[in-house]
Design a protein around this ligand. Structure first.
Ligand SMILES: NC(=O)C1=CN([C@@H]2O[C@H](COP(=O)(O)OP(=O)(O)OC[C@H]3O[C@@H](n4cnc5c(N)ncnc54)[C@H](O)[C@@H]3O)[C@@H](O)[C@H]2O)C=CC1
Ligand SMILES: CC(=O)C(C)=O
Length: 279
């Protein structure tokens, strides 16, 4: 009975309709003011999406939106949001629907990545990472689900995990635990929301050239008294494809999850890491 409900939900008429009638796709992307989120926004606009550039930093979000609108007018809109705050996430998603008239995809991309040896882990760091990476994802899923229900159609939710959420990385106990949690949240909500025609998937990047990764490499290097270059090498050695990831590599995987070719996928984590972890 339950299985049937899941299957009916994923293949529901509303969800199918949304992705087969060439209607406007609208994606809300958190942490889109820089790095991977920015690349996702730019890629989705190429794929004919309208995009909400949601970030804690309104200046960078506005800059990304301006760049996109300059290339393709009226396709991007910036909004300030702290994903750790439930009310702000709901407000920002309501603003998106008010601005674009719809919401079809949520990308919970915003995150922070503290790096500390286990004995240095403190309450404040653990709580902050959980609030942003885990709670922020839950608030996003709730707010998008409410919006999809009000709009009368299904939708797609895509969450940022990491290779560090599939295999443990030294010094990343705090960060890695949040990224393991994202895969759990993705699986449970995929089952729970399938009857509403909502799919939930995650993406797991490897070592991506963004300000976040440069910060982690720096912290690890400081800890060992080595150079930043050495720090980066600790993470980049062992990538089968022999190069670090560009944000655009990840955006291509996310575009697949956001588009119709992934309609029969839910609860999965797409690893885009150049061959680091194999599961
Ligand atoms: N860079 C990498 O190598 C990898 C990154 N990831 C994940 O990909 C996602 C994006 O990472 P990057 O682009 O590298 O990070 P980044 O640090 O370069 O950019 C993150 C963006 O999120 C925003 N942000 C931070 N806290 C926020 C909050 N409370 N509310 C709203 N926005 C907030 C920041 O202002 C920034 O614009 C993260 O979830 C990260 O954990 C996963 C695997 C590897
Ligand atoms: C930042 C990150 O997700 C790593 C190192 O896997």
């Amino acid at each position: 009975m339950k299985l049937k409900a899941y299957n009916d939900g994923v293949a529901s008429k509303t969800a199918q309709k949304k992705w087969s009638e060439n209607m406007t796709e609208v994606a809300f992307i958190t942490g889109a003011g820089q790095g991977i989120g920015e690349a996702i926004a730019k890629r989705l606009v190429q794929d004919d999406f309208k995009v909400e550039i949601a970030d804690l930093n309104l200046d960078t979000a506005q800059k990304v939106a301006d760049e996109i609108n300059h290339q393709k007018p009226d396709t991007a809109f910036a909004v300030e949001v702290n994903v750790a705050k439930r009310d702000q996430v709901f407000d920002a998603i309501e603003k998106t629907v008010a601005h674009f008239g719809d919401l079809t995809v949520l990308i919970n991309n915003a995150g922070v990545a503290p790096s500390q040896p286990i004995l240095d882990v403190d309450e404040k760091t653990l709580e902050l990472a959980d609030k942003i990476n885990i709670n922020g994802t839950v608030w996003g899923i709730q707010a998008a689900t409410e919006a999809f229900k009000k709009l009368g159609h299904g939708g797609k939710i895509i969450n940022a995990s990491s290779q560090a959420g599939i295999e443990g990385n030294p010094n990343l106990t705090v960060y890695g635990s949040t990224k393991f949690a994202i895969r759990g949240i993705t699986q449970t909500t995929a089952k729970e929301l399938a009857p509403l025609g909502i799919t939930v998937n995650a993406f797991a990047p490897g070592i991506v050239k963004t300000p976040m990764m440069m910060g982690i490499a720096h912290d690890v290097a400081q800890e060992a008294g080595e150079s930043d270059e050495w720090g980066l090498k600790q993470f980049s050695d062992g990538i089968a494809l022999g190069r670090l990831s560009e944000p655009e590599d990840v955006a291509a995987g996310v575009a697949f999850l956001a588009g119709p070719d992934s309609n029969y996928m839910t609860g999965q984590t797409l690893v885009v890491d150049g061959g680091m972890v194999f599961h």
